[in-house]
Design a protein around this ligand. Structure first.
Ligand SMILES: Cc1ncc(COP(=O)(O)O)c(C=O)c1O
Length: 326
């Protein structure tokens, strides 16, 4: 499995790792958690571009570190000026996630070069969560470690099977890093879990060797859904929604709709979470309120479902928003 992951890392992303630099884990989640446990000492600060995936700050806290959210620009890109403003002598790690959950942003190569140069200059390690790497629409994923190769000496690369191969329940992820860091994670994992289970490793091997055409077929399906969902959201007056270029989420801000009332209950919709609850209770449509991602004025819509389900859900969402009253 480690040899196969190393092969894919080179073929897909131009990253060269020896199999010994790969650690296979029971999902990407625990790979990120273990990477942080290895890098972060109590009180160390970890920069996390916001909006961010829900689990990052909690994982940093479990490692007794301090999560530091860093606001992104309007395109949901982290800028070096913002990272520098958040930097302190305690800053140890920058947690990057491209393609991004929840925003769908894919960071351009030029930006990654700037960020990489900054991180190297400041002695900051990256945990580069690239679990959505093969799901991009009209743009190319570039690994931060490829954009700034010096990071290969200091940083962790994270991937897994749950997104590109829809194997979430098989719990199979991996990380790679320089031998010293990968060795530290391997030693930690050998005490905590020994290894992920052999059945999932064999299933993942089969996917990596024989499932690339299916991966591409699903990428095309997601690309069509991304267009569908953003087209519908942008047709709703007052919603602002950047085009997701990767992953499978749209992340609209509720803008002018915030502060309005649901006429039936009289409830004021002050945040994306309020609207998510209303939509779930009234229409049986599940979206995530933005507060879990550090953006309470937004909501996250997953398009990991069929176009027919999405179309019905989007109709209900539009009707529910239109029913809100000032
Ligand atoms: C950004 C990001 N990283 C990591 C994971 C974890 O993936 P896994 O199922 O492999 O643990 C997820 C799953 O939602 C995710 O969105």
């Amino acid at each position: 499995m480690r040899a196969e992951v190393a092969k894919r890392a080179e073929a897909d992303f131009g990253l060269r790792f020896a199999p010994e630099q790969i650690v296979v884990t029971a999902g990407a989640k625990i790979a990120i958690g273990q990477a942080l446990l290895c890098l972060v000492n109590p009180g160390d600060e970890v920069l996390i571009p916001a909006p961010f995936w829900t689990s990052y700050p909690e994982m940093v806290k479990l490692a007794e570190g301090v999560p530091v959210p860093v606001p992104c620009d309007a395109a949901f890109h982290p800028q070096v000026a913002a990272l520098e403003a958040a930097w302190t002598p305690r800053t140890r790690v920058l947690l990057l996630n491209t393609p991004n959950n929840p925003t769908g942003a894919v960071y351009p190569e030029a930006l990654l070069r700037e960020i990489g140069a900054w991180a190297l200059g400041r002695g900051v390690s990256l945990v580069s969560d690239e679990i959505y790497a093969s799901l991009t629409y009209g743009v190319e994923h570039v690994s931060p470690l490829r954009a700034a190769p010096g990071l290969m000496e200091t940083s962790f690369w994270i991937g897994g099977m749950s997104k590109a191969f829809a194997m979430t329940g098989w719990r199979m992820g991996f990380l790679a890093g320089p031998p010293r860091l990968a060795g530290a994670v391997a030693r930690m994992q050998s005490q905590l879990a020994s290894s992920p289970n052999a059945i999932s490793q064999n299933a993942s091997l089969a996917a990596l060797r024989g499932g690339l055409a299916d991966r591409e077929r699903m990428r095309e399906a997601f690309a069509a859904r991304a267009k569908l969902i953003v087209g519908s959201l942008r047709a709703i007056p007052g919603l602002q929604c950047p085009q997701p270029e990767g992953a499978f989420y749209a992340f609209p801000r509720l803008g002018a709709h915030l502060g309005r009332k649901d006429p039936a209950s009289g409830r004021v919709i002050a945040t994306g979470d309020d609207f998510a609850e209303l939509l779930l209770e009234s229409d049986g449509v599940a979206v995530m309120g933005g507060s879990a991602f550090g953006a309470p004025d937004a909501m996250r819509l997953s398009f990991a479902t069929s176009e027919s389900v999405l179309t019905r859900a989007l109709e209900k969402l539009a009707t529910r928003l239109a029913a809100l009253r000032a």
